[in-house]
Design a protein around this ligand. Structure first.
Ligand code: PGA
Length: 246
């Protein structure tokens, strides 16, 4: 099974959402692909009502606190009222633009687990870190800090998203993707004692490059930003993979 998850970010209005649902329903889905969409909170309910049979529906962020004086935040518990399947946690835009720390991300993951929401932990190096040869070091630090002292008996996923590849049209080579994801799995197994975690690749994935980028044996799928905004394009990413039954 391959996992193709989308992240709409701060995009779409209700009108767009309704057309997206229509378009998504028209498409024939490949058999061995599990689709998921991280949508803005406001569209969670509508998307769940209309698409939950065909696609997992989740959100892009969650509060690190259970409740209280945190103006503007949405707690994991609130999300359970809308049957939210998953939440992205620690996306690089949250880390960079909202100054989220590994410690906060750690608490967010715990909140997700406590409320039956599957976290998808995003990790990845910046351009400078890559150039300085620090990619693996960064990945290991992010993984160990974000997952520190958490009971990992429940399912979670990791998304490997090099910051320099997000929204830029640039991508690592298929070999770099395979190597870094294999390394993430090794850290999860050896340092965190967790086997069988699905790890996705994210950063400028589209229907044209999906087959090549996602073919590595350690790569379980993709987290897609820009190309998930159009339902047909998004579904085509899954259809274009090698070895899926169409
Ligand atoms: P992109 O975004 O596909 O537009 O590069 C990926 C992401 O931010 O998850």
């Amino acid at each position: 099974m391959k996992y193709i998850f989308g992240n709409w970010k701060e995009n779409h209005t209700m009108n767009d959402v309704l057309s997206y649902i229509k378009e998504f329903k028209k498409q024939k889905l490949p058999l061995d692909v599990c689709y998921g969409l991280a949508v803005p909170y406001l569209y969670l309910q509508k998307m769940n009502q209309k698409l939950s049979k065909k696609c997992k529906i989740g959100v892009q962020n969650v509060s690190f606190s259970e409740k209280g004086e945190f103006t503007g935040e949405i707690s994991a518990k609130m999300l359970t009222d809308f049957s939210c399947d998953f939440s992205l946690v620690g996306h690089s835009e949250r880390r960079q633009k909202f100054k989220e720390t590994n410690e906060e991300i750690n608490k967010k993951i715990e909140m997700c687990f406590n409320n039956g929401i599957m976290p998808i932990l995003c990790v990845g190096e910046t351009k400078e870190e890559k150039e300085e040869g620090k990619t693996k070091k960064v990945l290991k630090t992010q993984l160990t800090k974000c997952l520190k002292d958490i009971n990992l008996s429940k399912q979670f996923m990791v998304a490997y998203e090099p910051v320099w590849a997000i929204g830029t049209g640039l991508t690592p080579t298929p070999k770099e993707i395979e190597d870094n994801i294999a390394y993430i799995k090794k850290v999860l197994e050896e340092n965190i004692k967790k086997v069988g975690v699905c790890v996705l690749y994210g950063g400028s994935v589209n229907p044209q490059n999906a087959k090549e980028l996602l073919n590595g044996k350690s790569v379980d799928g993709a987290l897609v930003g820009g190309a998930s905004l159009n339902a047909k394009k998004f579904i085509d990413i899954g259809k274009n993979l090698a070895n899926v039954r169409r």
